[in-house]
Design a protein around this ligand. Sequence first.
Ligand code: ZN
Length: 336
Amino acid sequence: MTAVPPDKRLLLAPKAIRARACVALDAFWPRRRIARCEASGAAILEAILLENELTRVLFGAALGLCLLCVPVQGSSQDIEIFAIRYGSIADFPLRGLLPDAPEGEVIDVTLTVWLVRSGDRVILIDTGFFRPQWFGRFDIRDFVRPDVALSGMGVSPADVTDVVITHAHWDHMGGLELFPAATVWIQEAEFSYYTGTAWQSAGRSGGIDPADVAHLVSRNTSGSLRLIPGDGIEILPGITVFTGARHTFASQYVLVDGAAPFVIASDNAYLYKNIIEGRAGATFERDDRQANLEALRRMVELAGDAGRVIPGHDAEVFRRFPLVADGIVRIYPEHP
Ligand SMILES: [Zn+2]
């Protein structure tokens, strides 16, 4: 077995330790830009190799002290993830979720938003809906308006600092105006398509509520909207978004990068069956199902374990994780 040089050991250390080492170095060595070391560890190694022996000693002392101290604000240790059920749809055709499912088979699906705390940010992933016309189109049960559902966690709408919209469908973006104080994050291509081409004669606007789109535009003109230019972008501390398949024109999924990373798939994986059995869901274009399968594989890779990919509409989520309030489960950390 080959011995690992001391500096390499830091790179091979668990991510949480590398993150704290990075902060120690940052505090000790403020002139250098080393934020990127939190992701790769490479900058730490580079910095160590460039410095003299005295700095090595001082850095080692700083690292040692830091490993003993409490986690810093915004580190992976601060992250918490909850799933909040705001209703369910009874007797939903399974074929609408798994295109190869037997005809006539139905299931009850959950309607969910996800709450993430990262440092001082309170981040809502998707917003549910509340407009009355959708109750007439689906058999919706046990509905709790999403802002009221959040109160089960002691969180008021004004507390929500950021909203990440995975896609523009009614059951994900339809509650946006319930959170007027939040900064809104959406893929630029999703925003452009559903505020433009979708409503032209060759466009596709199924499942998109014009009132939601009008509100989305108002968030842009009021300055509280952020357009995300594509895949693999860290938009907030510990929150990175990815694209890769088209559930809608440009849907996204979210990596919440704590010490144990989780992926909030939203409708890029409706059910655990999609993830575990590698089965494509419904996509914007039929030809895009292969891309959905690749996205499923990538989500598992990012999370490091299929069990840490959270599907968008599976009631099993609310049995698999511990209940902390009515309709609310704690996904991470397992023990607060
Ligand atoms: Zn959905």
